[in-house]
Write a protein that binds this ligand. Structure first.
Ligand SMILES: [Zn+2]
Length: 169
């Protein structure tokens, strides 16, 4: 379907084709962001305030008071160690009531998911990060490869941004 065409009517049978190279790079990029958010929370106690990604490049904003290039390098090292430690990525479906009582999921604002969503899909990167999530991820963190922190910048009070990219997209 050419871009800009109206969508097919509901119920229409369609065949789709996945651009696997693009998809896999996105899966790796997305998984890297999970690891990044897990590490920044684990070691600096800072929550995520925003983020965005494209295949191979991404940014994430944190509730940090300050940020520096050195901090970026430190996080980059920790991130690559964690990725190489090959944490498995588990996908599960958890009853909404159970999800709302899970401290990890509370931290990542599971309560903002519309009430009709039950069960809730949960991504658990063993020992690193756990959140409610509808996205696509690789099976374990080593598949991400190596990540570089390319930029750190302040986007205002308690909103500090890190830009990352896959070394081998
Ligand atoms: Zn995800």
């Amino acid at each position: 379907m050419p871009p800009g065409d109206p969508p097919p009517a509901p119920g229409t049978a369609v065949t789709v084709q996945i651009d696997w190279a693009r998809r896999h790079t996105l899966m790796r990029t997305h998984t890297a962001l999970h690891a990044l958010s897990g590490i920044v929370f684990r070691d600096y106690g800072a929550k995520v305030t925003g983020g965005n990604m494209e295949p191979g490049v991404a940014r994430m904003d944190f509730e940090l008071d300050g940020i520096s290039q050195e901090f970026g390098k430190e996080v980059e090292q920790k991130l690559n160690v964690a990725l190489q430690n090959d944490h498995p990525v588990h996908v599960s479906f958890v009853a909404r009531a159970e999800a709302l009582a899970d401290p990890d999921l509370i931290r990542t604002k599971v309560n903002l998911i519309p009430e009709a969503v039950d069960p809730i899909r949960v991504i658990d990167i063993e020992g690193l990060d756990k959140q409610a999530d509808g996205g696509t991820h690789v099976r374990s963190t080593a598949e991400v490869g190596t990540v570089r922190v390319v930029k750190t910048e302040s986007k205002g009070k308690a909103n500090k941004r890190m830009r990352i990219e896959l070394v081998d997209p």
